[in-house]
Ligand binder design. Structure first.
Ligand code: AMP
Ligand code: MG
Length: 707
């Protein structure tokens, strides 16, 4: 057998029961299939983890899926150690020896220090185990390492050296420690091995086993974990990220490569065990780094057809739509973290809504077919059905039962009458004829059936989407990583708001505006400040932006003049085009790639910068972030202004709606920032000529439509 269907990575713990709220220092289990991670499993105790693992390994095997389960503690001790304890160099004898002695209470209290003390007693002189919670307990265990001689048994295994692991199996306390985890982990492995028939790498031949247990070490992918912390600091839990990333990395490794890796351990690994991937750190980090996941944009994605002078807006948008693709990877997230996130895969209902037929009102329920002609009198059964407290029995024909809104319809009930339409007697109700069958009830699944797609891939989740997902039984989803957008202002004339401005200088107005837009669109904004009109500085800023972000927005310097260094640099880099778009306001837009990162070189003029961001950068960033393409929602409304427009360019005017009519700002001057602030949206005038009189319908797009 070659290759694994499922990779599971366990981050073990020697500690007491962890808090209910997911935290580090508990046990985390990462799972990945076909290179795609699932939401890691959080276990508060070793007992929880062990029973979850036993069930999981067996059910994977039963489903015909081959599993590689990695654990982050040594499977063996340095050569010669086992023989001192058990008289044999077979590591499984040591596993059994520990399993027979280690005790572990439900709250995680355990005897690992007693057992370590017992082992130390089998050695001459102090050690090999050292480190404990206080100076006084367990006199057989030295508090510090000094004075211990690792002569007959080495302090570290061969693979610890190969992996540059920082801790020794004999260190029981003080971080980074792994000594306690081994003592508290090997008994579990011993039981799992026996209970599931798993083969243990590299002690046994694993090639024909459906379940393989192996030693791993998350330290091997530390740079990938750091990268994640930098990119997604909110709610970061180190242990959770480690298991998620390592499971993903191994799952992404081609089967033959993994097979070669598993064929590698040297001779003494038969006793000492081996860390899977030791010596292959760079490769694992490469596989674990999400940013590598989507294929890069093509070099020519911003190229324009030869000979084109002015590109119409729609043609420009069509090109962006066709040539761009998502640049961010995917990750599993919890529903509670879902607001504003982009779904990477469609979400289907796990449960119907409503899950059961229920009543839409407070009233009385009965079987419709048991009604006679004319006005009705029905005896009431004892009891009632309320939301969450259903009536257990059956309502006999010709009887009614009290029901409250949201309550499941009891057996024998399919129709409900509103309490206001009933006269309540003693033990009976009376009401007029004329009710329809099924009145005032909600059918099971009438809203959503199990398996229905509730939300498509590319959807940016709204508060209502979270309600829908929760109601239909979902609590986790696969989302795109957040798009990171760097913002840079260019121009010798710019100074920072609040600083002194000399004659000839102006305040940088674009940066706060563009950073704000980026945040409103739901992306992470990376503020890279102002850069003077000088090529070397700009080059350095673009380098930094390409490292830090997935998209770069610059403003200023995008035309073809002497000081237009953004276009000059992108042209030198060979992947840029001046997009002369038939659009007002907006001088040329410079679109290019800087080290594979898309750059939107926006005009410096704030009005043009805003319009170009809303019209071009917005839909492009949606696609780059994994969302669907979406034209902004506009409304035809009567104009409250007059204008004669020449053919040739599409035009956007700063506008707002008052009394159902569209007003435009008193000046079209493109330097008027006050007009941007006055406006609540844009009026879009078509490419051709138009004459607008008071009352002519025009297309108004509220700023709120640009999401
Ligand atoms: P440019 O595209 O660099 O030729 O700039 C066009 C106009 O926009 C010039 O008047 C600039 O001074 C102005 N401008 C450029 N960048 C900014 C900015 N960040 N804030 C305000 N005005 C700017
Ligand atoms: Mg400039």
């Amino acid at each position: 057998m070659i290759g694994f269907d499922t990779i599971l990575i366990a981050d073990w713990s020697a500690g007491k029961r962890a808090p209910q709220k997911p935290s580090k220092d508990a046990i985390w289990l990462g799972i990945a299939r076909q290179g795609v991670p699932e939401e890691p499993v959080y276990c508060r105790t070793r007992a929880d983890a062990e029973s979850w693992l036993a069930t999981f390994l067996k059910s994977e095997a039963a489903a015909g899926r081959r599993v590689l389960a990695g654990f982050d503690f040594p499977f063996g001790y340095p050569k010669g150690f086992a023989a001192r304890i058990t008289g044999s160099d077979d590591p499984f004898d040591l596993w059994d020896w520990l399993e027979a002695r280690i005790t572990d209470a439900p709250d995680g209290a355990n005897n690992r220090y007693d057992i370590a003390a017992e082992i130390n007693g089998l050695f001459d002189g102090p050690g090999p185990f050292w480190g404990k919670p206080n100076q006084t307990d367990w006199p057989e265990i030295p508090y510090r390492k000094s004075g211990i001689v690792y002569e007959k048994v080495a302090e570290r295994r061969t693979c610890d050296h190969a992996a540059a692991a920082s801790s020794s199996c004999f260190q029981l306390a003080f971080p980074p420690t792994v000594g306690g985890q081994i003592l508290m982990g090997l008994p579990t492995l011993s039981r799992l091995r026996r209970g599931t028939g798993a083969a243990v790498w590299p002690f046994e031949n694993t090639s024909s086993s459906a379940i393989v247990l192996a030693e791993i070490w998350p330290g091997l992918i530390e740079p990938a974990v750091k990268d994640r912390l930098r990119r997604a600091p909110d709610g970061f839990i180190r242990d959770r990220e480690q298991v998620l990333l390592l499971a993903t990395a191994i799952s992404r490794m081609p089967a033959d490569e993994l097979a070669r890796l598993m064929a590698e351990p040297p001779e003494d690994a038969q006793e000492e065990a081996w860390i899977l991937g030791a010596g292959h750190k760079d490769r694992l980090v490469e596989l674990a780094t999400f940013r590598l996941q989507p294929p890069p944009l093509r070099d020519d994605c911003f190229a324009l057809p030869a000979g084109v002078d002015w590109t119409p807006v729609d043609a420009a948008l069509g090109m962006l739509r066709d040539r761009l693709s998502p640049v961010v990877g995917t990750e599993g997230i919890a529903l509670r973290d879902g607001l504003g996130r982009v779904l990477a895969a469609p979400l289907a209902a796990k449960r119907a809504n409503p899950p059961e037929a229920n009543t839409a009102v407070d009233g009385y329920g009965f079987a419709y077919e048991s009604l006679g002609e004319g006005d009705q009198v029905l005896p009431l059964v004892e009891g009632r059905s309320a939301a969450g407290v259903p009536f257990a029995g059956t309502v006999p024909k010709g009887h009614a039962i009290r029901v409250l809104t949201g309550a499941a319809l009891p057996e024998g009930v399919d129709t409900v009458i509103l309490e206001e339409d009933v006269t309540l007697g003693t033990g009976e109700i009376a009401f007029r004829a004329g009710l329809k069958p099924g009145a005032n009830t909600r059918r099971a699944g009438e809203d959503v059936e199990v398996g229905d797609t509730i939300l498509p891939a590319g959807r940016r989740l709204t508060p209502a989407d979270l309600a829908l997902a929760a109601a239909t039984g979902q609590s986790e989803m696969t989302a795109r990583e957040r798009l990171r957008v760097a913002v840079i202002s260019t121009g010798d004339e710019l100074v920072e708001a609040g600083q002194d401005a000399a004659p000839g200088q102006i305040y940088d107005a674009n940066r706060p505006m563009l950073l704000g837009l980026v945040r409103q669109f739901g992306y992470d904004a990376v503020d890279l400040g102002r850069v003077p009109d000088d090529r070397e500085n700009l080059r350095a800023a673009l380098d930094e932006a390409a490292r830090e972000a997935d998209v770069i927005l610059t403003s200023g310097g995008a035309s073809a003049g002497d000081e237009d260094h953004v276009s000059a640099l992108l042209t030198d880099a060979g992947a840029m085009a001046q997009w002369r778009i038939a659009l007002k306001p907006g001088r040329p837009l410079a679109l290019g790639l800087w080290q594979d990162t898309p750059v939107f070189g926006l005009p410096g003029n704030p009005v043009a910068a805003l319009v170009c961001t809303l019209i071009f950068a917005r839909p492009a960033m949606r696609v780059l972030s994994g969302q669907d393409w979406q034209d902004p929602q506009g409304y035809l409304l009567p104009a409250a202004f007059e204008k004669k427009k020449k053919p040739g360019r599409r035009e956007y005017l700063r506008a707002r709606v008052r009394d159902g009519q569209v007003e435009v700002f008193k000046s079209e001057g493109s330097g008027r920032i006050s007009g941007l602030s006055w406006a609540e949206g844009l009026v879009e005038l078509p490419d051709g000529a138009v004459t607008i009189k008071a009352g002519t319908p025009v297309r108004y797009i509220p700023f709120a439509s640009f999401t």
